[in-house]
Ligand binder design. Structure first.
Ligand SMILES: *[C@@H]1O[C@H](CO)[C@@H](O)[C@H](O)[C@H]1NC(C)=O
Ligand SMILES: *[C@@H]1O[C@H](CO)[C@@H](O)[C@H](O)[C@H]1NC(C)=O
Ligand SMILES: *[C@@H]1O[C@H](CO)[C@@H](O)[C@H](O)[C@H]1NC(C)=O
Length: 946
């Protein structure tokens, strides 16, 4: 026998087989890889269609805008600094409100004086000219504070008619009008509110109001702005907390924020000079919040800052010092469209791309579960394929297919110009996809351990794929945007691979639509540093998971595949103490009763003694030794446990073919299953070539051949390819392999007429059966198990098969189960009849026949009225005769061999023929069939005869 195949030999065998298989299955593979292509083309078509529709509506929009622009005022007429030549006059927003500013181009934004927020404008302030403004202040140095406040609101006002804006800069103007977020014109200057307040320290003269106009050119377009005088009171408070309390308290009584009942005049702000003095300028201030919105409008802040800084400068350098605040204006901007172009590829991308990539998961899972369900993996394992090579090659295959799939996806996407693929750095994309597909394969291996049937696996996988995509696309982005959602929960969510995938794709999409730190589109390596970029985090999570999943999957695979028969704690094996043999006899009472039951089966007892002898001093030529092998299936739903095999003792030497007979359900299959490693014995064990099937099964596979009851073949591989694969697993190489395959094909009549190179899917039942037998014998296994090898064969093929088995058994031990007595007699050196979990008898066919069939069977058919006479005749011939069968004139009798002579029987029949009509008669020796029926029936009578 050759050495067991090495890891790489096995991997090579599997790889070659898979390559051949995939080549045959090329259509399926191409279809799979084409899926992303089709999707990309579909998205492209959709995008093109949307673009066409959108550009049409954009044209319309431009037209309406042009029409609307007719009445617009030219914005560069407003303010002093932003002056444009007449040739560049463009249509801009009217002073109607910010809405127009959103869409119109504003190349020269208007300038307006910085305003202080007073009270919210509901007319209250403006209708009551007598009401003034209160400002609170505090600080460590009251004198200093008062001196600053004294110069804050200048009393004198000189209007230079030719430069209104410059004149206004030297005074403090306030408004009661609230400010919107982004505007190109301060609403305080809009049509609706054209009154400003000039704050001054002293009491106002009644007539101290004036009007002015912003427009320098076309002044008719905008009405005058009226500026009223109002007095600003400044009140000292001891500390800022006093001010705070004051504001808080009053706020509670009045639903109008900013109006404080305690004060006759509305408070428009508070200053805290802190530790300021002439060397330190350290001020904090409260500005009036114009309404209940969360955001304080910062556009009103600069006025306060300038006011206080100006006062400080004046304090330091004298009253002549001025730091003027001329105007506020926004940045110029081009016309913008209300409707932004829809980018389908980025919009639907997240969901579609997630689906496309997740699509591989069911493919891998189904393939794995299929091999498991159809016991293909087990079949390969039984012929010596180790778990290592299986994992390596399967993993490599799935990785190759996944990478091809992803490559196709990215290339097609780039080819069609999708920004998603083109703008993001290809290196990051590669790393991300590579890690993800690996994680996906590892998860498929992991999940495959939980399924044993393809259908539920398929359904589950597809539900998971579509569910994940939908849940991720509709919930995850909201969670990401929600600042209140804890970031650590996002990480927890990302531990689910589908969501991690979605997050990654989402990041790519974000970088394409928003841009990166350097202002261009797409993600760059340095953007991984970005704190808002989840990519780095995802890559780390996925890499860790990949490794963990692989280990867990391998672990589950070892535990769940009963083949290796490992306990869930197999990796602790080294720590466990070897259980002493005596402790296994946990069922002593059973043993006792069985011993009793076997008392009267000397052949079975003899076999047991042989086994015990062999265990003590092993003799080299006994390939299989079963020592009290026992299998109990646990009863489910309250049913009692079912004992399938009750303590079997059996020794099969080299060169013997042991036939196992027995009615259906006797436990033959359970026995074979234990021997080939499909299930684990409940107690007892068997030694095959000295190796224990409980612990060394993996070592045994390399020298074992199995022909299972149901053919386990690949439809798309030819007979020759099957044999080549299994031959390689058995470490046959080069010419030895070719020769072995040729011989095998020829001997089983699979060679002629091109049968060898036909795909197994096209074989007839008999051909498949012969191929299965050929597989079990290739590579000279020392031990071969054949479960009903000849079922479904025509007589000629069967004869041929027998010849092969007869030749093969010379240097092997074969255990064979069959229902054909003819086959059993033709092939087997010894037979055992297995009933209800135990051997009832054991021996070669002649011994068995002699032991159980010590009788002749006389059959005689007569008209029914002569039945009695026939019976009388037999009784006369042999008083102990036993009638075993009787129906309408046909009777069967058993005649103990010791009591009759055949000549007497012939004489008696001759005599009978003369007296009445005998239509037929016969005298036979016992057949195996009779023995079988007798033993299977458990006929106690037969025991006496042995
Ligand atoms: C008024 O402003 C104009 C333009 O800046 C300037 O030339 C003129 O001197 C100013 N008049 C006074 C009185 O400051
Ligand atoms: C400004 O005032 C704050 C609050 O009293 C104080 O913590 C800080 O040190 C001051 N800054 C300076 C430069 O004195
Ligand atoms: C990322 O940031 C760290 C420190 O914040 C810096 O040292 C490193 O160079 C950055 N990496 C890249 C690629 O910008």
């Amino acid at each position: 026998m050759s050495n067991p195949a090495s890891f790489w030999t096995q991997a090579n065998a599997l790889l070659r087989k898979n390559l051949t298989y995939q080549k045959r299955d090329v259509k399926t593979n191409v279809r799979l890889v084409l899926f992303p292509v089709i999707l990309v083309v579909l998205l492209y078509a959709l995008q093109t269609a949307v673009d066409i529709v959108q550009s049409a509506s954009l044209q319309d929009e431009k037209k309406t805008k042009a029409a609307a622009c007719k009445g617009c005022v030219c914005v560069h007429d407003i303010g002093r600094h932003a002056k444009c030549p007449d040739s560049e006059k463009v249509c801009g927003p009217r002073f109607l409100g910010p809405e127009d500013a959103n869409t119109c181009p504003v190349p020269y934004p208007p300038e307006w004086p910085p305003l202080l927020q007073l009270e919210v404008g509901d007319g209250l302030f403006s209708n009551d000219a007598a009401r003034n403004v209160t400002m609170l202040f505090t600080g460590t140095d009251q004198f200093f504070g008062e001196s600053l406040f004294g110069t804050m609101f200048p009393t004198e006002l000189s209007i230079n008619e030719s430069d209104i804006m410059a004149s206004l800069a030297s005074v403090v103007l306030g408004t009661e009008f609230g400010l919107d977020l982004t505007v190109f014109v301060d609403p305080a200057l809009s049509i609706n509110s054209r009154i400003l307040y000039r704050l001054q320290q002293d009491q106002c003269k009644v007539n101290s109001s004036f009007s002015f106009n912003f427009n320098e050119g076309d002044s008719k377009m905008i009405p005058d702005v009226k500026v009223n005088c109002t007095q600003a009171f400044t009140l000292w408070r001891k500390s800022f907390s006093d001010i705070w309390d004051e504001l808080q308290l009053e706020d509670r009584d009045d639903d109008k924020i900013g109006y404080y009942k305690l004060h006759k005049n509305p408070i428009s702000g508070a200053f805290d000079f802190l530790n300021s003095n002439k060397n330190i300028f350290n001020v904090s201030f409260l500005i009036y919040k114009h309404d209940n919105r969360d955001k304080i409008n910062m556009n009103r802040t600069p006025r306060s800052v300038n006011m206080i800084s100006n006062a400080f400068l004046k304090f330091l350098l004298g009253n002549g010092t001025k730091m003027l605040f001329d105007f506020i204006g926004e940045m110029p901007k081009p016309a913008s469209s209300d409707t932004t172009m829809i980018d389908i590829t980025s919009l639907l991308g997240g969901l579609f791309y997630t689906w496309v990539i997740l699509q591989l998961f069911p493919v891998i899972l189904i393939s794995l579960v299929y091999e498991k369900q159809h016991k293909i993996r087990m079949m390969m394992k039984m012929h010596g394929l180790g778990d290592g090579p299986y994992w390596l090659i399967s993993y490599a295959y799935f990785l190759a297919i996944s990478m091809a799939y992803m490559l196709c996806f990215v290339l097609m996407g780039s080819f069609f110009g999708f920004h998603f693929f083109r703008e993001n750095n290809y290196g990051i994309q590669f790393v991300f996809y590579f890690i993800y597909v690996n994680l996906q394969i590892a998860s498929a291996f992991l999940v495959a351990a939980l399924f044993s049937n393809v259908k539920p696996a398929t359904v589950t996988a597809y539900i998971v794929v579509f569910g994940t995509g939908l849940v991720a696309a509709f919930l995850f982005p909201d969670l990401l945007k929600n600042d209140l959602f804890p970031k650590k929960w996002i990480i927890v969510i990302e531990f689910y691979p589908g969501f991690a995938l979605f997050r990654g794709l989402n990041e790519f999409a974000e970088y394409v639509s928003v841009g990166n730190s350097s202002g261009t589109l797409g993600m760059r390596w340095q953007d991984l540093n970005d704190s808002t970029n989840g990519m780095k985090q995802i890559l780390i999570i996925m890499s860790i998971e990949w490794i963990v999943f692989l280990f867990v999957a391998y672990y589950l695979d070892q535990v769940s595949s009963s083949a290796s028969g490992r306990s869930p704690f197999f990796f602790l094996k080294g720590f466990q103490k070897k259980t002493p043999l005596s402790s296994q006899n946990d069922n002593m009472p059973m043993q006792g009763s069985r011993a009793l039951a076997q008392m009267d089966k000397p052949d079975v007892i003899q076999e047991r003694e042989k086994v015990e002898e062999l265990l003590l001093e092993p003799a080299g030529n006994h390939r299989i030794v079963c020592n009290e092998l026992r299998k109990v299936y646990q009863g489910r739903d309250g049913n009692p446990d079912k004992v399938a095999v009750r303590g079997l003792f059996l020794a099969v030497p080299q060169g013997e073919c042991f036939g196992m007979l027995g009615p259906n359900g006797a436990g033959k299959t359970s026995f074979i299953s234990m021997m080939i490693g499909l299930t684990k014995p409940t107690s007892g064990t068997a030694f095959v070539q000295g190796m224990d099937i409980r612990t060394d099964m993996n070592g045994l596979y390399t020298s074992m051949g199995v022909c299972p009851q149901h053919n386990l073949l690949w439809e798309r591989l030819t007979g020759r390819e099957h044999l080549l694969f299994y031959g390689r697993l058995k470490n046959l190489k080069g010419s030895a392999l070719t020769q072995a395959v040729e011989e095998s094909l020829k001997s089983l009549n699979l060679f002629n007429g091109g049968v060898a190179d036909k795909q197994a899917g096209k074989y007839s039942g008999g051909m498949k059966r012969r191929l299965s037998v050929a597989i079990s014998l290739i590579g000279n296994p020392n031990v071969v198990y054949m479960d009903e090898p000849s079922t479904g064969l025509d007589p000629a093929s069967r004869k041929r098969l027998w010849d092969v088995i007869k030749t093969a058994k010379k240097d092997r031990a074969i255990i064979l189960t069959t229902h054909s007595m003819e086959e059993a007699e033709a092939l087997c050196d010894r037979l055992g009849i297995f009933v209800d979990g135990s051997l009832q008898c054991i021996g070669n066919s002649k011994e068995l026949k002699a032991r159980y069939g010590g009788t002749y069977v006389l059959t005689m058919t007569t008209p029914w009225e002569h039945e009695k006479e026939v019976e009388n005749m037999v009784r006369l011939l042999c008083p102990n005769a036993n009638k075993i069968y009787h129906i309408s004139g046909t009777q069967k009798f058993e005649l103990p061999k010791g009591e009759v002579r055949i000549a007497d029987v012939f004489g008696a029949v001759d005599f009978a023929k003369r007296n009445f009509t005998v239509s037929a008669w016969g005298l036979t020796d016992t057949t195996m069939e009779d023995v079988f029926i007798k033993v299977a029936r458990g006929d106690p009578h037969s025991q006496n005869l042995s």
